[in-house]
Design a protein around this ligand. Structure first.
Ligand SMILES: CC(C)(COP(=O)(O)OP(=O)(O)OC[C@H]1O[C@@H](n2cnc3c(N)ncnc32)[C@H](O)[C@@H]1OP(=O)(O)O)[C@@H](O)C(=O)NCCC(=O)NCCS
Length: 199
């Protein structure tokens, strides 16, 4: 994606506000990543130290202005509590593609919140960032994440065997993809717009 001066695409859904990350979010994000259930099926380090959390937050702050990706902090609108994060880890301009990843504090699991966030983000991906293909991967044994992707309109496309090495092991990646032409988005699914006037 081109480096851009367009406003950061703040998103609002029925229960959530998805806003830009700031360095001040590092401690709260570290708290979320410190729960073993949150990092078990991802390439985030388990129980990251302060420096690692701050490094991650710096990356998330820079993702949008650099044009390389886009990261949102997820706040529950009612409590204004930071409950998780979701992001485009990368964009490939030539193929108009990007990859999402996400995590939510376990206190908030099972309420449909990540599906709500993922839908807002994929709609933003297709409309604001002009993506044709959005992909995501999950690790075997994480059916909750598979289900979030299915509910957000992704299709399971197969498993890349031993695709990655982290946490001292090879990992199979279950690949999911969603194309701009796959689904008509109903107006009920649209995120409310804040800064994204051109979405
Ligand atoms: C995966 C995660 C984001 C899901 O968030 P969430 O807000 O609880 O998800 P939702 O409530 O929107 O949807 C979860 C769906 O998975 C289903 N589910 C959850 N656990 C399941 C399990 N063990 N087996 C089958 N389905 C399961 C739920 O029933 C729900 O589906 P439904 O609405 O059809 O009933 C959350 O668990 C998380 O942050 N996990 C740790 C980080 C992580 O794994 N990130 C993804 C890395 S790929």
């Amino acid at each position: 994606m081109p480096k851009t001066v367009r406003p950061f695409p703040t998103l609002a859904t029925g229960r959530l506000s998805l806003r830009a990350a700031t360095l001040a979010d590092a401690a709260a994000f570290r708290d979320i990543l410190s729960v073993p259930e949150v990092t078990r099926f991802s390439n985030w380090p388990d129980r990251p130290g302060k420096a690692a959390a701050e490094r991650a937050m710096r990356w998330m702050c820079k993702a949008y202005p650099s044009g390389k990706g886009c990261a949102w902090m997820i706040e529950e609108r009612e409590s204004r509590r930071l409950v998780g994060a979701i992001r485009f880890n990368w964009f490939v301009k030539k193929s108009k593609s990007g990859e999402i990843g996400y995590e939510l504090h376990p206190d908030f699991w099972g309420r449909g919140l990540m599906t709500e966030a993922a839908l807002a983000v994929v709609i933003c991906g297709h409309r604001y960032f002009g993506l044709n293909r959005i992909e995501a991967w999950t690790l075997p044994g994480n059916p909750g994440s598979d289900r979030v992707l299915e509910k957000a309109g992704f299709r399971y496309e197969g498993t890349l065997r031993q695709k990655a090495w982290f946490k001292d092991a090879f990992h199979d990646f279950r690949m999911f993809g969603r194309l701009a032409g796959d689904h008509a988005v109903s107006s009920r699914q649209l995120p409310l717009r804040d800064a994204t006037k051109t979405m």
